[in-house]
Design a protein around this ligand. Structure first.
Ligand SMILES: O=c1[nH]cnc2c1ncn2[C@@H]1O[C@H](CO)[C@@H](O)[C@H]1O
Length: 323
């Protein structure tokens, strides 16, 4: 295979999660990428359950060759009072389906250490697709000063750029889940593409899309159709819509094909305390401020501002319906 057609190596850092399940299956169905590992984190569920669900999803997909490395059980600042979104995904994180426990086990290595090692052996060639709070990525940055350089790109679901959050008017769930970690990642100097809910809220799976999943015989389509009930109910109740936001699948596809989104570049910081804890504030560098501030001299990140939602939806459906 020619070097430029080799699939992009990706590690998915995940807190599965209904939209995570969809994103993982989508990545496994995408020839442009090779999933070289899953790392787990709290968010939609606690980390222990995230690991169990990650192993389970790989078993459903018949991809137990992919290693799962368990991530942190606490925030970057050792916080144990975690905000878990079980009201969005069900108590089991996967739509209350009572799936049997997985047979497999996570590898011995921690998520942060796995990230550091994979980036080191393939410098510039590994993309992290981060779908939960950014604790593991921040730990990797702290563990190895070269990590931010060695990692190819970090494509993350996080932030609510110039829009309301989904935890409260200020904060999106992943930046709220570990704001200190998010701020470390945003200011690390790594090649970061942040996809916030200002973008993912434009990608909606409708009831008619779900009917297509339901009438497909594909194993992923059947599985996803089952677990989507809880996610639909939540969106109906919280947003009064008959559809669901495809946060995580959009982020995976942004890693698969960066042309699906357009971005702006600037400095993003995350508030770590107070009533706006978890808020993301982006500085577009248009004004030269007279005084130094908390954004001065920090490395830039890319922030997604538009998405080709019809194209994203077509890819989601094409790759998941007849699978
Ligand atoms: O209202 C919400 N509260 C908490 N988490 C949510 C909510 N809506 C969606 N998500 C979850 O958080 C990530 C996007 O911010 C997604 O993983 C999504 O499933």
């Amino acid at each position: 295979m020619a070097a430029d057609t080799e699939p992009k190596k990706i590690i998915i850092d995940t807190d599965p999660g209904i939209d995570d399940a969809m994103a993982i299956f989508l990545a496994l169905q995408s020839p442009e990428v090779e999933v070289i590992g899953l790392t787990t984190i709290f968010g939609n569920v606690y980390t222990t359950l995230a690991t169990r669900n990650a192993l389970h999803l790989l078993e459903v997909a018949g991809r137990t060759d992919i290693p799962v490395a368990e991530g942190s059980h606490v925030t970057l600042t050792n916080g144990t009072k975690l905000r878990i979104a079980d009201f969005v995904h069900g108590a089991d994180g996967l739509g209350n389906q009572n799936f049997p426990p997985p047979k497999g086990k996570p590898i011995e290595e921690s998520a942060a250490s796995f990230l550091v090692h994979q980036a080191k052996v393939n410098p510039g060639k590994v993309t992290v697709v981060a779908l939960g709070p950014l604790t593991n990525i921040a730990l990797a940055i702290q563990l190895d000063p070269e990590f931010a350089n060695n990692i190819g790109q970090i494509v993350l679901l996080g932030g609510a750029f110039a829009v309301n959050g989904n935890v409260n008017p200020a904060a999106e769930a992943n930046t709220f889940g570990d704001p200190d970690a998010a701020d470390v990642v945003f200011t690390s100097g790594a090649d970061v593409l942040a996809v916030g809910i200002n973008v993912t809220h434009q990608v909606v799976l409708t009831e008619s899309d779900r009917e297509k999943l339901a009438s497909s015989n594909g194993k992923f389509a059947q599985y996803l159709n089952k677990i989507l009930d809880v996610y639909f109910s939540y969106h109906q109740e919280a947003y009064n819509i008959k559809g669901v936001y495809l946060h995580d699948p959009t982020v995976v596809l942004a890693a698969v094909d960066p042309k699906l989104v357009t971005c702006i570049e600037g400095i993003a910081r995350v508030q770590t305390s107070g009533i706006t804890r978890g808020i993301t504030i982006f500085y577009n560098k248009q004004k030269r401020f007279a005084e130094m501030n908390e954004w001065s001299n920090k490395p830039t990140v890319k922030v997604a501002v538009t998405v080709d939602a019809p194209r994203v939806m077509k890819l989601v459906m094409d790759r998941l319906v007849d699978s």
